[in-house]
Design a protein around this ligand. Structure first.
Ligand code: ADP
Length: 317
């Protein structure tokens, strides 16, 4: 079975759970916890726990955060290909209120120094993978390089175009066989790249034909829009249905005893990539159903990487 290479970010998350988010000038108390995060690492953990072999390509500082990344990757059986950075390992300060709303400050640190040269140095590793999974918390040119190397080698590319404010380029989107924005990222990409104004809150309510048409404007390939508690919308290029019988469809979210939806998108992306690597010939809808199930389970415990369930496509079937 071929593995998944995840290229992206690692952060040490510092989380304060408070009754309300602090207003400017306020000092408040909150329940503190710390743990691993970063979209790249969260997705690597999800893909690993969903049964795939994983190499995580990232950049780490020579500090306690870097040591934590190495220790946690080893504990989950994730192979690390880490570029040594003179910057501190990435960090995130996260406030979460009693309603689950959050405010986040990211300190990219080492993540910002993940280089195109490091991608080139790992070209053989990327080229031998079944799937390359990337996000946009790392320099766009490095992610573009990784996607280009994968494409050249015939490796399936999955791009989670997150976060919404990343300086993504249409050139980058073209390198994704599968593009996986959430509603907010989808609305941002449409505004930035094809001049379509759609409110993120309105995306889930659009009819299938309209959503499909918007997806087609954004990409000539498969687009999977995650819709939170509503589920998922899938749109294929008519010529490339990836084993599905219809060019577009919805998959409803699975029922879940939701505790914390942080990292649900990361769970979905990791599980999708893991499933694609484990059964490359299966119809695409099977991978989406599995990822949808996996992501629902991830909302049932607190945290991001820590909340990733151990559940493979075989367990779910
Ligand atoms: P993000 O975390 O990037 O905002 P979403 O909120 O779109 O991503 O969630 C990703 C996926 O997680 C959804 O498409 C769905 O499969 C699953 N999910 C999210 N919220 C829930 C929920 N409340 N119940 C069940 N599944 C959920």
């Amino acid at each position: 079975m071929k593995s998944v290479v995840v290229a992206g970010s690692f952060n040490v998350d510092h989380v304060w759970r408070c009754d309300a988010l602090p207003a400017p000038g306020a000092t408040i108390a909150g329940r503190y916890s710390t743990g691993p995060g970063g979209k790249g690492f969260n997705q690597a953990v999800a893909a690993r726990r969903a049964g795939a072999g994983i190499t995580f390509v990232c950049a780490l500082g020579d500090d306690a955060g870097g040591a934590l990344a190495r220790q946690l990757a080893a504990a989950d059986g994730i192979v690390l290909a880490a570029e040594a950075s003179s910057e501190p390992t990435g960090t995130a300060g996260i406030y979460v209120d009693s309603r689950g709303r959050n405010s986040i400050v990211i300190g990219p640190g080492a993540n910002a120094s993940l280089s195109t040269g490091f991608m080139a140095a790992n070209a053989a590793l990327i080229g031998a993978a079944g799937v390359l999974l990337a996000q946009l918390e790392s320099p766009v040119e490095s992610i573009e390089a990784a996607l280009g190397i994968a494409r050249e080698a015939g490796v399936l590319t999955v791009l989670n175009a997150a976060p919404a404010n990343a300086p993504s380029t249409i050139g980058l989107l073209k390198l994704a066989d599968v593009l996986t924005p959430n509603e907010t990222e989808f609305a941002a990409l449409l505004g930035r790249h094809v001049g379509e104004r759609v409110e993120a809150d309105d995306v889930a309510a659009l009819d299938g034909a309209s959503l499909h048409a918007l997806c087609r404007k954004l990409s000539g390939n498969t687009v999977v829009v995650t819709l939170g508690a509503v589920g998922v919308f899938v749109s294929h290029d008519e010529e490339r249905l990836r084993g599905d019988s219809q060019p577009y469809y919805r998959v409803a979210a699975e029922a879940a005893q939701v505790v914390d939806t942080t990292g649900a998108g990361d769970a979905f992306n990791g599980a999708l990539a893991a499933s694609l690597a484990q059964a490359p010939d299966a119809a695409f809808i099977k991978h989406v159903r599995f990822a949808n199930q996996y992501a629902a389970r991830s909302t049932e415990s607190e945290g991001a990487a820590a909340a990733m369930p151990r559940m493979t496509p075989a367990d779910a079937a």
